[in-house]
Design a protein around this ligand. Sequence first.
Ligand code: GSF
Length: 202
Amino acid sequence: MKLIGSLGSPYVRKVRVVMAEKKLDYTFVLEDVWAENSTIQISNPLGKVPCLVMEDGGAMFDSHVIVEYLDTLTPVGKLIPANTRERAEVKCWEALADGIAEAAILMRLERLQRPVEQQSEAWVARQRSKVEAGLKAMAVGLAEKPFCSGNHYTLADVAVGCALGWLSFRFPEIEWRDTYPTLAKLCDKLSERASFKDTAPQ
Ligand code: GSF
């Protein structure tokens, strides 16, 4: 398998963490999707990473689909429960974590990709409110539990760790660690895992 991605993306990191937890072999191919000569659309018409290219040449996206597929490949390090209700809970955590990252990415793109006079403060504030509300919802959902969903490590924790890691990487001014110490504790615990250590955003 070949994973096309970048070193900064929280979604690519989520897939790489899952690959590592499940001890799957793959070739990591770096792609700058913003470069004019990017060939990402050959594999993903949406022009986004992560994109998984399988042995038969077939391509798969987006990160939700990829991690769900990877989890079926081996029983090692099962990350998505089979039970429908628990499964939905884990997937909802993933949607929340990825949604926070998405809102923050939109804030960043507005600042980086648009001329200053075209930037909308209202748009940035709208995305920021999603980030703030999302962080609060994650802290409420985690409460004093050791993991996000149930009593063990799942894709929910992987997604939360990747979203929060990215937030600290790109938006150090958003001080979620002080506001939500339980989320910080979870992140510190996750960052001790080799899967997280080896994929820190850069
Ligand atoms: C999001 C992927 C994405 O936005 C997923 O895989 O879960 N829902 C998708 N990827 C970004 C890189 S990053 O900011 O994580 C991307 O490839 N953007 C290029 C573009 O043209 O938007």
